[in-house]
Design a protein around this ligand. Structure first.
Ligand SMILES: Cc1cc2nc3c(=O)[nH]c(=O)nc-3n(C[C@H](O)[C@H](O)[C@H](O)COP(=O)(O)OP(=O)(O)OC[C@H]3O[C@@H](n4cnc5c(N)ncnc54)[C@H](O)[C@@H]3O)c2cc1C
Length: 391
C-alpha cells in the first residue's frame, strides 16, 4: 500500500495554472503535491499561442473596463519573471517575441478610433514602418498599417519545462482521483489509492475540472467549453509574424503566432475568428483551404508551395459565463477546503495564483512541518502539436 502523504496544498492539473501556482506556493515555503493524469502542459497550455495579453484585444470591442486592471498588468509581471527578478525565476524561458502586433490590412485603420481611445491601449501602442515591421510583412507590396502592442509572446514548451523544474519533487502522475473524507468533510484526495491529506485542495484541471467535480459529487462551479479549430502551417518560406490581423469586426480576423519546429523550420499557428464558429464547423481540408485563401490574399508575396498543413481541434475551458462576466480576470470559487478555478488565459496564470494565495492568507493557512515526499511517479512533458501532426 503506498504511503500516506500530508502536504499544505494539493493541486490537481499541471497546466500553466497549476504549475505556476505550485511554484509560487513552494517559493513561499508551502509544501505542495501537483497531480497530473496526462502530460505536463499538454491540455490547453501547450496548444495556446503564448501571447501575454495586456488587454488590447478586448479593447477592440470595448469589453475591457477601467476597473479591471489585472490583465493590463500581466505583461509587466511576466517580463519581470522572465528576467529572473519577478514573482518566479523564469530566466531561461524562451521569449519568442518582445511584442505582439496589430495589423490592419488596407484602409481599416479608421475603425480603430475607439480602440486607440481606450484606457487599455492609450500610450502603449506605436505605429511601426519599414524595417521595424515584422519580417513576414517586409515587402514592398505590403500596404496596411501595423501597430506594436506592449504584449509578449512566450515559447510555452520552455515555460512548462521551467515550471516543472521549479516543482522539484512534488509532481505526481495519477489517474484515479477519489475524495478523502473524514466525518463527511473533504480533507484530501485519494490518488490511485494513495491518501493525500492537505490543508487546501486546488482543482486547476482545465477541461477536466467538470469531471473531477462530478467525481467529488459537486456541480458547482459550472464550466463551459469553447471549441476552436486552429490551423498549423510549416515551411521554409515562413518568417516570424506575431500579429492580430484585423478584419473590421470586433475580433481579429486571424491571429498569427510563429513557433520553432524541431527541424529548424518556423511554424505558423493561426487562430482568431478563422478558428471560431465557422471554422469549427469546417472539415479540416476545408479549414486548410480557407486559411490558404486568406493568407494568399493578405500576404501574396509569401510562397506557400512548400508549406505543410494540419489543423487542431481544441476546446478552451472556462467558468460558465454570463453576459456580464469579464474576460480579463482569472476565476476562483471556494467550498470549504476546496478551491476550483480556471485562469481563462495563459497570461492570467499569475492572477489565478494571486487569488489562491489571497484565500490562504485570509484563512491564516501557514506552512506546516512536512515529511520529505517519497519518490513519486512523474508525469511526462507534453509535445507541441506541430511535432505530432507535422513531424
Ligand atoms: C488554441 C488556444 C490558444 C490560446 N492562446 C492563448 C494565448 O495566446 N494567450 C493566452 O493568454 N491564453 C491563450 N489560450 C488560453 C490558455 O491556453 C488557457 O487559458 C490556459 O492554458 C489554461 O491553463 P490551465 O492550466 O487552466 O489548463 P490546461 O493547460 O488545460 O491544464 C489542465 C491540466 O489538467 C490535467 N487534468 C485534467 N483532468 C485531470 C484529472 N482528472 N487529474 C489530473 N490532471 C487532470 C490536464 O491533463 C492538463 O494538463 C489559448 C487557448 C487555446 C485553446
Amino acid at each position: 500500500m503506498p504511503s500516506v502523504i500530508s502536504t499544505d496544498v494539493l493541486i490537481v492539473g499541471a497546466g500553466v495554472a497549476g504549475l505556476w501556482l505550485n511554484a509560487r506556493l513552494r517559493r513561499q515555503g508551502f509544501s505542495t503535491v501537483l497531480v497530473e493524469n496526462a502530460s505536463l502542459g499538454g491540455g490547453q497550455s501547450v496548444k495556446s499561442q503564448g501571447i501575454i495579453h495586456g488587454g488590447a484585444k478586448y479593447a477592440l470591442h470595448g469589453a475591457l473596463t477601467g476597473a479591471s486592471e489585472a490583465i493590463a498588468d500581466m505583461p509587466r509581471r511576466w517580463r519581470e519573471a522572465l528576467a529572473g527578478n519577478g514573482e518566479l525565476d523564469l530566466s531561461g524561458v524562451r521569449l519568442l517575441s518582445e511584442a505582439h502586433y496589430l495589423w490592419s490590412p488596407g484602409t481599416l485603420a479608421g475603425n480603430l478610433t475607439s480602440f486607440f481611445a481606450s484606457k487599455a491601449v492609450r500610450g502603449r501602442v506605436d505605429q511601426v514602418k519599414g524595417d521595424q515591421l515584422p519580417p513576414a510583412l517586409q515587402d514592398k507590396r505590403f500596404k496596411g498599417k501595423v501597430y506594436r502592442l506592449a504584449e509578449l509572446v512566450v515559447d510555452v514548451p520552455s515555460l512548462i519545462q521551467r515550471l516543472a523544474d521549479l516543482a522539484g519533487d512534488g509532481l505526481l502522475a495519477g489517474q484515479t482521483i477519489e475524495p478523502l473524507l473524514e466525518a463527511g468533510v473533504l480533507v484530501g484526495l485519494k490518488v490511485d489509492g494513495r491518501e493525500i491529506r492537505a490543508q487546501r485542495i486546488v482543482l486547476s484541471a482545465g477541461a477536466g475540472t467538470a469531471r473531477l467535480l462530478d467525481d467529488l459529487g459537486l456541480s458547482q462551479p459550472a464550466m463551459q467549453r469553447r471549441p476552436l479549430h486552429m490551423i498549423i502551417a510549416k515551411g521554409p518560406s515562413l518568417k516570424p509574424l506575431y500579429a492580430h490581423c484585423l478584419g473590421g469586426g470586433t475580433k481579429p480576423r486571424i491571429t498569427v503566432t510563429t513557433h520553432p519546429a524541431a527541424d529548424g523550420n518556423w511554424v505558423w499557428y493561426l487562430g482568431g475568428d478563422i478558428a471560431e464558429s465557422d471554422g469549427v464547423a469546417r472539415e479540416p481540408a476545408e479549414q486548410i483551404a480557407t486559411a490558404q485563401k486568406e493568407l494568399g490574399q493578405l500576404l501574396p508575396w509569401i510562397d506557400l508551395s512548400q508549406v505543410q498543413w494540419a489543423t487542431l481541434r481544441v476546446d478552451r475551458a472556462e467558468p460558465l459565463q454570463t453576459g456580464l462576466s469579464r474576460p480579463d480576470n482569472a476565476f476562483l470559487a471556494e467550498q470549504g477546503r476546496l478551491l476550483v478555478g480556471w485562469p481563462t488565459k495563459l497570461a492570467l496564470a499569475p492572477d489565478f495564483a494571486d487569488r489562491v494565495i489571497a484565500a490562504l492568507e485570509r484563512d491564516a493557512i501557514q506552512p506546516q512541518p512536512a515529511e520529505p515526499l517519497p519518490a513519486l511517479p512523474k508525469p511526462p512533458m507534453s509535445v507541441p502539436a506541430w511535432e505530432q501532426l507535422l513531424p
